[in-house]
Design a protein around this ligand. Structure first.
Ligand code: ADP
Ligand code: MG
Length: 386
């Protein structure tokens, strides 16, 4: 789960990581009041959307007067911001962070994430922080330093200091930076983050170290024990269908293709997407209905797939283990009737109660193409939508 910059900064602040003073607004009328509250000659007006690259896209504006703060707020609020992370459709700016301008001496990059190659939490830092970090990673990877963290010992202070030396943190602020690194690690672990990124982490002319931007991602599976983080969830920023699916306990991720997939089990769902692509099709979604899905769950899954106008065909690929094929079959028949099925439907069922499931499908008056194998099903659905 992703959260906004202002929320991430609130959390970092609770871990004693310095952040600029800031005010959040959602209405233009509040801009002036916010400007007075932060008591700074220079203020920065920042678009709050769940995507990075805002600076380069015009979503971060430096204002030198109250009038400018108002003007920039007016310009940004309600606008659709397209950055290299939003996709071409962009994201509507509904919230602004107005914060104290900061006297930047140098911008650094600092992050913690899980390195799947070493299976270790890893701290990453660079002296080339700021809006071009992707380019640094591509063109001068030697400027990016990593510390692999031992899960038993945790981040050791000497590792944090070594990173500071490697990225040339000025010696008089090394101890402050080490504290920030240690606290960031604490936050990462305690809040079950999958990413904590401060870009830029800046050293100011006044010799202060401050987190000027913050991006935090959380493991959704742990939200049950991080209720405070769940409060930060902004449904406006999420895909409508994904939100609906999560309410029904379905794992659904919407994609750009036109073949809707309904599958049980994440592994089979991935394999199904692969085989569709192998035959030249493009999956419209990843959907795992889970191991013990009920008829109702299947119906809901079907409705979510069909609510996507781009879907030109559906491939149901179920292996009945705990999940019984007859349950799936009656779910499909029920849903197809309710939603007035308008696209070709290919079904491959295998496993527990498979003959019962096939009987249900055959005796219904819905136009269903059955397939004996996953391979045949994928081939058929790709052909049918052509
Ligand atoms: P993004 O990463 O989405 O582009 P950032 O918050 O990192 O957005 O802002 C982009 C750049 O704007 C920063 O690298 C920094 O140079 C500048 N900036 C951001 N916030 C401030 C601030 N409070 N004071 C001064 N400069 C800022
Ligand atoms: Mg940034």
């Amino acid at each position: 789960m992703n959260i906004h910059e202002y929320q991430a900064k609130e959390l970092l602040k609770s871990y004693n990581i310095p952040v600029p003073k800031g005010e959040v607004i959602t209405k233009i009328e509040d801009a002036e009041k916010a400007a007075w509250k932060i008591e700074s000659n220079i203020a920065v007006v920042k678009a709050q959307i769940h995507a990075g690259g805002r600076g380069k896209a015009g979503g971060v504006k430096i204002a030198k007067s109250i009038d400018e703060i108002r003007d920039f707020s007016e310009e940004l609020l309600g606008k659709n911001l397209v950055t290299h992370q939003t996709g071409p459709q962009g994201k509507e700016i509904k919230t602004l962070l107005i914060e104290e301008g900061c006297n930047i001496e140098k911008e650094y990059y600092l992050a913690i994430t899980l390195d799947r190659e070493t299976s270790r939490v890893t701290m990453i830092a660079s002296e080339e922080g700021g809006t071009d970090i992707e380019e640094v990673a591509a063109k001068s990877p030697e400027k990016i330093f990593k510390e692999v963290i031992d899960p038993v010992v945790g981040l050791a202070e000497f590792q944090a200091r070594r990173l500071c030396f490697n990225i040339n943190i000025p010696s008089n602020v090394i101890s402050d930076t080490v504290k920030i690194m240690m606290n960031l690690y604490k936050c990462f672990m305690e809040k079950d983050c999958t990413l904590t990124e401060i870009n830029p982490l800046v050293v100011t002319a006044e010799e202060k170290v401050i987190a000027l931007d913050a991006k935090l991602n959380f493991d959704e599976n742990s939200l049950y024990r991080n209720k405070d983080i769940l409060e930060y969830r902004d449904l406006d920023e999420e895909d409508e269908k994904e939100v609906e699916a999560s309410e029904h306990g379905l794992s659904y991720i919407s994609l750009d293709g036109n073949i809707g997939c309904m599958v049980n089990g994440a592994g089979l769902a991935m394999a199904t997407m692969d085989i569709i692509k192998y035959y030249g099709g493009e999956p419209a979604n990843f959907l795992d209905v889970g191991g013990g899905a009920s008829e109702e769950k299947v119906t809901n899954a079907f409705k979510i797939i069909l609510s996507d106008d781009r879907v030109k065909g559906i491939f149901v690929n179920i292996f009945g283990g705990i999940m019984k094929c007859d349950v799936i079959a009656s779910g499909i028949v029920k849903a197809a009737k309710e939603v007035n099925l308008r696209v070709p439907l290919v079904v491959r069922l295998e496993g527990t109660n498979v003959s019962l499931g096939k009987e249900i499908l055959d005796s219904s008056d819905i136009n269903i193409v059955t397939a004996k194998s996953m391979d045949e099903g994928a081939k058929k659905v790709v052909e049918l939508i052509k």
